[in-house]
Design a protein around this ligand. Structure first.
Ligand code: NG6
Ligand code: CA
Length: 514
């Protein structure tokens, strides 16, 4: 169909104007490379291009200035695994009961038969790669870290994958390349367990004197590089990563990948680890933000992005590369370690004007920086179109002229290219299995019985025993619940929510609409 449309456009050129995104097909002789730069726990207010005054992020700001900066863009969830699941599959994460924060030993949660973003791109002639954080599970049950691991990223669409299994704060603290632990000494095998310790090895809980970084909550098991982690790990000494080098390490892998694959179109999912805990800036960045390690690693990430873009430029491929920048969920300060993130915050507001943070159904949980950049191909500007990371799948499929796929992903290509300010009409957002509906300017949160504040991280979760309804256009800080005064809007949204959530809707409801 798309090919036919393209053909007609060529035939009728000069007579009728084509739809702008169809014109794009003809004007771009080759398929653009696609790079998704995905940060971990970066908040809506953490970039100078998004209003931060206490931190300067010039390299990301340059993308925002030369591309489209979105102000109403969402990760599908307020935590990592579900957001990444949605990004890569185009499917709402609450449809998969396993799409929740995973331990390092969890099995792969993407079905190997499922269509995925990298598989779709591969079918269009792309080479596909992951560099960075995975956190979508590996293997089918028990994982032997000393043998090649199948299944993982390579079985769901990535030709090449260089990654950490879960998070920096979870064991195993090693890099994997295409399912094989890098640098492993076979005489020092790795064992990982999330329930019990190995032979009374030191832990954060029992041996605080061995920790260079102090844990606040969780994070009290095996100590690696002076940092207590989640989970127990034994062996694998030679393979362990150096936390302070991680940013440089992933950058070098991303750079060498693009240099080696620049001849054919490539898709690179560059999943950076900052500013997730433990925050371990390279010494070059230590103390540079005046805000402690959280600020320092944001500056480090910005520098890495600058270096990466320089590589695209030097290789002569920047103008044929579509870059999408975003974050997997909103910000958190104390996520389990004492690292001065709270104490040295000063006037900085990681969530900007938004309420809540990571783990929250309030806006700061899921509304994140989102930038599209494609030199000379995207009309720069600021867009308030409602978009979700999950929509990249259908939008890129349209860009490449393939058949539409039946997923939750919506084609918002004209918005992503800066040609239109129209995005989605509505979106379900999720925070640790609780869901809410965004529609137009409105956000409706159904009643949830749970605690209203997660005291450990000091973040409001968005729970209330009553319905909440906010007009985000006039009340971005979600201070005024209009559920009582805007009954029609509420009823309409509850109806739509029921339709989308189906049977799950009743399970999550504690109170009926009055
Ligand atoms: C939580 C961890 C938190 C972080 C998060 C995952 C504790 C107490 N907290 O369980 O530190 O690792 O999981 O973050 O262990 S995410 O960005 O990958 O979703
Ligand atoms: Ca995250």
């Amino acid at each position: 169909m798309q090919i036919l449309k393209g053909f007609l456009c060529v035939m009728m050129a000069g007579l009728f104007a084509c739809h702008p995104s169809q014109k794009k097909e003809e004007s771009t002789s080759t398929k653009p490379n696609v790079v998704v730069i995905y940060l971990d726990d970066l908040g809506y207010g953490d970039l100078s291009s998004y209003g931060a005054t206490e931190l300067s992020t010039p390299n990301i700001d340059a993308l925002a200035k030369g591309g489209v900066k979105f102000t109403n863009a969402y990760a599908s969830s307020a935590t990592c695994t579900p957001s990444r699941y949605a990004l890569l599959t185009g499917v709402y994460p609450w449809k998969n009961k396993n799409a929740k924060i995973l331990p390092g030993t969890a099995p792969l949660i993407i079905d190997t038969a499922q269509v995925t973003l990298p598989k779709m791109l591969r079918s269009q002639g792309y080479q596909t790669a992951l560099v960075g954080k995975w956190h979508l599970g590996l293997g089918t049950g028990y994982v032997d870290w000393n043998e090649p691991i199948s299944v993982g990223p390579n079985q769901v669409g990535f030709d090449y994958a260089y990654y950490m299994a879960a998070t920096q704060d979870r064991v195993p603290t090693v890099y994997l390349e295409n399912g094989v632990v890098e640098g492993l000494d076979k005489n020092d095998p790795i064992e990982v367990d999330y329930k019990s310790n190995f032979n009374n090895q030191p832990t954060g809980k029992n041996n605080p004197e061995l920790c260079d970084m102090k844990w606040h909550h969780g994070h009290n098991a095996t100590i690696v590089n002076g940092i207590p982690r989640i989970g127990f790990m034994k062996g694998g000494e030679a393979a362990k990563w150096k936390d302070e080098d991680m940013a440089d390490h992933f950058l070098a892998k991303a750079q060498s990948y693009v240099k080696a694959h620049k001849e054919a179109p490539f898709f690179l999912y560059y999943a950076m680890q900052q500013p997730h805990v433990p925050r371990t800036p390279h010494p070059r960045f230590k103390g540079k933000s005046g805000m402690g390690p959280r600020g320092d690693v944001i500056l480090e990430a910005d520098w890495c992005i600058g270096q990466f873009i320089k590589t695209l430029e030097e290789e002569g491929i920047l103008d044929n590369t579509l870059i999408v920048f975003s974050s997997d969920n909103g910000p958190v300060l104390n996520d389990g370690y004492y690292d001065d993130a709270v104490e040295k915050l000063g006037k900085h507001k990681p969530a900007g004007k938004l309420r809540g943070g990571k783990y929250s159904l309030f806006e700061a949980g899921t509304r994140v920086p989102f930038i599209t950049y494609w030199k000379d191909n995207i009309k720069p500007g600021v867009s308030d179109a409602l978009v979700c990371q999950m929509d990249l799948f259908a939008s890129l499929a349209t860009l490449l002229g393939t058949e539409e796929l039946s997923t939750d992903s919506e084609d918002i290509l004209p918005a992503l290219l800066g040609e239109s300010k129209t995005g989605r009409k509505s979106l379900i957002i999720e925070a640790t299995t609780r869901t809410a509906l965004r529609k137009g300017d409105w956000l409706m949160i159904p009643p949830y019985d749970g605690v209203t504040v997660n005291e450990e991280v000091n973040i409001e979760l968005g729970n209330s025993k009553s319905y909440q309804l906010y007009n985000l256009k006039h009340d971005i800080g979600q201070e005024h619940n209009l559920a009582d005064s805007e009954k029609e809007v509420l009823a309409d949204m509850v109806e739509e929510f029921k339709g989308i959530r189906g049977a799950d809707y009743s399970k999550t409801q504690k109170l009926e609409l009055q």
